[in-house]
Design a protein around this ligand. Sequence first.
Ligand SMILES: Cc1cc2nc3c(=O)[nH]c(=O)nc-3n(C[C@H](O)[C@H](O)[C@H](O)COP(=O)(O)OP(=O)(O)OC[C@H]3O[C@@H](n4cnc5c(N)ncnc54)[C@H](O)[C@@H]3O)c2cc1C
Length: 462
Amino acid sequence: MRDNRDMTHVVIIGGGPGGYEAALVARRLGAEVTLVERDGLGGSTVLTDCVPSKTLIATSDLLHEVSRSAELGVEVPKAPRADLASVNDRVLRLASAQSDDIAERVVSAGVTVLSGIARVADPRTVIASTPDGEVRLAADGILIATGAHPRVSADAQPDGERILTWEQVYALRELPEHMIVVGSGVTGAEFASAYNGLGAEVTLVSSRDRVLPGEDPDAASLIEDVFRRRGMKVLGKSRMASTRREGDQVVVTLTDGRTVTGSHCLLALGSIPNTADLGLDEVGIDTDDGGFIAVDKVSRTNIPGVYAAGDCTGVFMLASVAAQQGRIAMAHLLGDAVHPLDLRKVSSNIFTSPEIATVGVGQREIDEQGLLVDTAILPIAANPRAKMQGIHDGFVKLYARQGIGALIGGVVVSPRASELIHTISVAVSASLTVDHVADAFSVYPSMSGTVGEVARRLHRQV
Ligand SMILES: Cc1cc2nc3c(=O)[nH]c(=O)nc-3n(C[C@H](O)[C@H](O)[C@H](O)COP(=O)(O)OP(=O)(O)OC[C@H]3O[C@@H](n4cnc5c(N)ncnc54)[C@H](O)[C@@H]3O)c2cc1C
């Protein structure tokens, strides 16, 4: 039997990227690790949110590609259509397989995985309710990584059939005739784009004057134009008051009394942290008004030895940030070199068609902080590869510090922008200048050529 009296025992609540990445790091650093998970390894990321939505979008993107084929001289004899039952079966199969892969990786790394619901009893004890009864786990360090769930409203209750959260859409067997998406943040915009690409009539209900509030304004207005051009109805300044079923229809009533009738409604109203039943108040762990756990840049809560990572902290609701917060927490707890979380270097992507990828500071931070910045932007349509491929919508925009030319942020709107942003991300992360980026060869012809070209536009003679 292993003698583990000298080992640090870490207990992790939640097996999403915040939890399982931390578990792997903690094992590598020599800790004994127990992870308690309610639904399945991979968390909402893998089972209901990120992985399923991107798999659905892969089919929508394919259909969109095919719809452009005539421009490239290809005749498609019959309009292709998605068989949503097969699409959703594939989505769920992939999600479940990925969860199994992660479980295997975590278990083979030596992590003890308990299936159950956990709460913090005191700063050194976690209690897990498992199918075999309650288990008390003594811990030298605790990581809370319990994620979040979809917000619904009392006047818009999902029924899992026609009024849906993003977790429920994969049960659909047929393409909705008319999908009303309520909420035009990242999740709402992605699903509206996906169902539009799959061939459904889509109405996007946005409470703001434009879609994607808070995102790059040029990107948001471009995507709204694209949405409208592809037949989507975008209702700006339209706040939902209620959503109800009327037989086989769904009626969304807006606060000004207008109604929108469709076959289905997807509620994309934001997320609520899974922190209600964790015993946080009893232990004295600070949360904000929304229930998000307060953490510092090394994922510490206000209680020594108790850390939190991912969506339950609300720091930046991305799988990549959750994983990083979890890794940092373990490095801090277990005495490894710690690099505090730096949100100025996060790159993220909105998987609309075209995609919107960003890294570093954006226009809002520049305005708010009064940063002295040079900006250059070029439309992707001017790129030779884009012309060959029949790509018309998009741009590359870069922000550089005035004087020194250090790249501090960028936006790419284009198909596969999520891949193109990495060059800019490396530059921002390594504090490279626009000249470094301009001097690096890009392949001719390639979409990344525009990144180099925009960097050249920012060159200042010395
Ligand atoms: C539709 C959608 C699409 C998204 N797409 C992307 C994307 O493309 N890229 C990206 O980076 N991010 C994306 N995100 C965000 C991403 O999914 C989240 O940021 C990520 O899931 C956060 O990871 P986490 O580990 O904090 O939580 P989760 O992945 O939610 O995992 C938390 C886990 O904790 C478990 N749990 C909760 N309470 C308990 C308890 N008391 N005891 C035991 N277990 C518990 C849950 O069962 C869950 O498995 C998307 C989000 C949504 C909604």
